[in-house]
Design a protein around this ligand. Structure first.
Ligand SMILES: C[S@@+](CC[C@H](N)C(=O)[O-])C[C@H]1O[C@@H](n2cnc3c(N)ncnc32)[C@H](O)[C@@H]1O
Length: 208
């Protein structure tokens, strides 16, 4: 889908980016309230799109520096506060492919509604790159819906099917995320449940 946007359909790609911001962007402030950045200096948003979630985290945490990382085609309409506005001095915008590598040296790596686009093997590839990019103790925050495998859920179950049909991806349960982390060499640490649709599943780079 992203190759199609880049090579054949840039206008549709822009519409996709705008839609993501509209759809999940309304949850930015609530999610940012549930993110504890204590001790962190460099916060990397992998697949961060137009950057509105990173903006919410940086506005809430004045000591933090951010890196917005995404495919080049997704960075054409980054939120103005991050490019030239009040947060530009403490935010870098870096194009790249997370399936090849991610920016080095982050204390926290966030991925919001990114892993659900992909099958397990592709997620593990991204998470391994992420594990290699930072020191022991660096944290990964996966922000996604949490699938209840015992009973259908009004939003998450249809989204699970939709992700499978359009991108070969899926929604996952807490246990399924923990298994992905283990395959990628990360240690599952906890889940922060929020009052909105998305929750925060956390892992860390283990000590060598
Ligand atoms: C569903 S959108 C979520 C955007 C953003 N995280 C948010 O919550 O608003 C998925 C994002 O992953 C990005 N993406 C897809 N493949 C990627 C890759 N290989 N490396 C880095 N980012 C990628 C897309 O460009 C898109 O911005």
């Amino acid at each position: 889908m992203f190759e199609y946007f880049a090579e054949d359909a840039p206008r549709e790609g822009e519409t996709f980016n705008e839609a993501m911001t509209l759809m999940v962007g309304s949850m930015n402030d609530v999610l940012a309230e549930h993110i504890d950045v204590a001790g962190a200096r460099r916060y990397v948003d992998v697949g961060g799109g137009q950057g509105t979630m990173l903006r919410a985290v940086l506005r809430r945490n004045p000591g933090l520096h951010g890196v917005l990382f995404d495919l080049a085609q997704a960075l054409t309409d980054v939120h103005e506060d991050l490019r030239t506005g009040e947060l530009a001095g403490r935010c870098g915008v870096v194009p790249g492919d997370g399936l090849e590598s991610v920016p080095q040296g982050g204390d926290i790596y966030q991925m919001r509604t990114v892993l659900h686009m992909w099958d397990d093997d592709t997620c593990v590839r991204l998470l391994r790159n992420r594990a290699r990019a930072a020191a022991p103790g660096a944290r990964t925050l996966v922000i996604d819906q949490l699938l209840d495998t015992e009973r259908p859920q009004p939003m998450t179950t249809p989204m699970d099917l939709q992700m499978f049909l359009i991108a070969g991806g899926r929604e996952r349960s807490e246990e399924e995320f923990a298994a992905l982390f283990e395959r990628a060499g990360l240690t599952f640490t906890r889940v922060a449940r929020t009052p909105v649709l998305l929750h925060i599943v956390e892992a860390a780079v283990p000590a060598p």
